[in-house]
Design a protein around this ligand. Structure first.
Ligand code: KIV
Length: 276
């Protein structure tokens, strides 16, 4: 009997090793069928807390719970086998102390099997990132625009145009890098700042609205697929336009149900014919 070599999942270390070699490909995934389709094409699958808005129709990511992240993390892990899966720590589950962050991150990793967690924050989270990283939890940081802070910062806009803003993002990124993050998302940040940060860090920078100068890119998969059409930020590109196709399919289904043309013969069970 020949033993087939098991295909290994990418790890945080193997992602970090891609820095300077080639751009890193990341998409968000929240459900098993989508994770299965994205997995062969992605280095990283991010179970982002954007699921609050994209899947649950919430106004922001603030109400997302640890239990939601675990349920979706498990679905994505079950359906993927190659990508490194990273699960977001939701708002309120890690900011209180490094010990709270460790408890939440350890629970998420144990219950989902994911390889790493992501948390938002800069200098103020550096001690937490160091605490987790030195205790076996690979951390992806998230600097620039931080959606969990929407109530304090007052909205979603690109950052880095003033010297003060640019300097703050630089300091945040360096603090998280020094603390041992293997990677960090840079969101909504002007190109020169993202370029400068990416060139100076050990961590792999993953841009969203932060230019091609980052080490890799992430998009919310429902944005990229043209399913989530509530609003379209400038940095989103629709690589497919599924919303009208889904509407058209639902309309065709409704018409056939009303006309009793669906289900047809092919979709209907009958008594078995007796053999003569
Ligand atoms: O929650 C999320 O999906 C994210 C990405 C947009 C980077 O943080």
């Amino acid at each position: 009997m020949s033993v087939q070599p098991q295909q290994k999942r990418r790890t945080a270390a193997s992602i970090q090793a891609l820095k300077g070699a080639r751009p890193v490909v990341c998409l968000t995934a929240y459900t098993a069928p989508i994770a299965k389709l994205l997995d062969p094409h992605c280095d990283l699958l991010l179970v982002g807390d954007s699921l609050g808005m994209v899947v649950y129709g919430m106004e922001s990511t603030v109400s997302v719970t640890v239990e939601m992240m675990i349920a979706h993390g498990q679905a994505v892990m079950r359906a993927s086998k190659e990508a490194c899966v990273v699960v977001d720590l939701p708002f309120g589950s890690y900011q209180e102390s490094k010990e709270q962050a460790f408890r939440t991150a350890a629970r998420i990793m144990k219950e989902t099997g994911a390889s790493a967690v992501k948390l938002e924050g800069g200098e103020e989270m550096a001690e937490t990132v160091a605490f987790l990283s030195s205790r076996g939890i690979p951390v992806m940081g998230h600097v620039g625009l931080m959606p969990q802070l929407v109530n304090a910062t007052g909205g979603y806009r690109s950052l880095g145009r003033s010297d003060a803003e640019a300097e703050k993002i630089r300091r945040d990124a360096c603090a998280i890098d020094d603390a041992g993050a293997f990677s960090m998302v840079i969101e909504g940040t002007i190109e020169p700042v993202a370029r400068d940060i990416s060139a100076g860090l050990k961590a792999v920078t993953i841009g969203i609205g932060a230019s091609a100068a980052c080490d890799g890119q992430v998009l919310v998969s429902d944005d990229m697929l043209g399913v989530f059409t509530t609003f379209k930020p400038r940095f989103v590109k629709h690589f497919a336009n599924l919303a009208p196709e889904i509407s058209a399919a639902a309309a065709a289904y409704a018409e056939e149900v009303k006309a009793r043309t669906f289900p047809g013969e092919d979709h209907t069970f009958q008594m078995k014919r007796q053999k003569l």
